[in-house]
Ligand binder design. Structure first.
Ligand SMILES: C[S@@+](CC[C@H](N)C(=O)[O-])C[C@H]1O[C@@H](n2cnc3c(N)ncnc32)[C@H](O)[C@@H]1O
Length: 315
């Protein structure tokens, strides 16, 4: 039985985005709807909640929520960047758009989906089971240089080269089919002293993260989604994102900071000639979970929430 996902930084998300009765809110990463449920309570019967997720399992949770909440609801089963583009085409405007990035507990705990290095399962890791590229293809067809680059760039793994070399060596004998075989290859690539340095942690964590991000084009979706989400917002609308690693957080931070920036004239110009006005006001600094939340929900540990308010709609 899969545990239902416990929403991370939920109270903080509500506080920063301040959904009000009658608002239109877009949840880009519905999951089990933990955040969405809290939002629905705030926007009430005159509000509209649009939920996006590319995982069919999320749609089942959505159907349950739609029966229970008073607001108008809608679900788009697609990549959130595509969902936001579709809403824009339809002329939808939103008061709040938020993303809760990464994977849900249901995805990690569904052993057969191959997201976890803790269970032996077919190498898969697709959030959308209808898409072609899966982890097995990456592990068995990318060349050694591509794999090393992937583990370095998206996993920030200092052992990237060794691990890539060992994967290629093993797959020459037989394709790597399961998460267990991949974990064995990763462990086999590392000298005992390096393996011991992980203590209770797994040396496979970073590699699994990197492969998952690549399988699901996570950073590319985020890069496409942020400007679309921003465009969808009305004046005074709020955009928020909860990220779980620095690659995501850096993108969110840069995107919001860029919008909150005013004049870009060189400091020695006596007067402003660029005329640039900030489009956004940052809503505080990044928020991280309290010690209590981390103790109750260890998956919250690396969560980081950032939010900004749109000062005015584009002319
Ligand atoms: C961390 S979970 C969200 C949990 C949710 N906030 C809750 O309270 O239950 C992230 C969800 O986003 C979905 N997701 C991730 N990237 C996506 C993308 N590019 N497009 C659509 N859904 C995506 C995943 O399938 C997963 O269900």
């Amino acid at each position: 039985m899969n545990r239902v996902h416990v929403p991370v930084l939920a109270g903080e998300l509500i506080e920063l985005t301040a959904p009000a009765p009658g608002d239109t809110v877009v949840d880009c990463t519905f999951g089990a709807g933990g955040h969405a449920r809290l939002i629905a309570d705030r926007i009430g019967p005159s509000g509209t909640l649009i939920c996006i997720d590319r995982d069919p399992a999320a749609e089942e949770h959505f159907e349950e929520l739609a029966r229970e909440v008073a607001c108008e609801t809608r679900f788009l089963r697609m990549d959130y960047a595509e969902g936001l583009a579709l809403l824009r085409e339809e002329g939808v405007s939103a008061d709040v758009v938020y993303l809760d990035l990464g994977i849900s507990s249901m995805q990690v705990d569904a052993r057969e989906r191959g997201f976890s290095y803790s269970y032996d399962a077919p190498l898969d890791m697709r959030m959308d089971p209808g898409q072609q590229l899966d982890a097995r293809e990456i592990v068995n067809t990318w060349d050694e240089r591509q794999l090393a680059q992937l583990f370095r760039r998206l996993g920030e793994d200092p052992n990237a080269n060794r691990i890539a070399r060992e994967i290629v060596r093993r797959r020459e004998r037989a394709p790597i089919q399961t998460t267990g075989e991949l974990v064995a290859a990763i462990e086999g690539a590392l000298p005992a002293a390096v393996r011991r340095s992980f203590g209770g942690g797994s040396p496979a964590k970073r590699v699994f993260q990197a492969i998952r991000i690549a399988v699901n084009s996570e950073l590319d979706s985020l890069d496409r989604a942020l400007p679309l989400a921003w465009e969808l917002l009305r004046g005074n609308g709020r955009l928020a994102a909860i990220s779980f690693h620095s690659l995501e957080d850096r993108r969110v931070k840069r995107f919001l900071a860029e919008r909150a920036r005013g004049c870009v004239c060189p400091p020695d110009f006596p007067v402003c000639v660029c005329g640039r006005e900030p489009e956004a006001e940052l809503i505080g600094r990044a928020v991280v979970p309290t010690a209590g939340e981390m103790a109750d929900n260890p998956r919250a540990k690396s969560g980081r929430l950032r939010a900004a308010r749109k000062l005015r709609e584009a002319a």
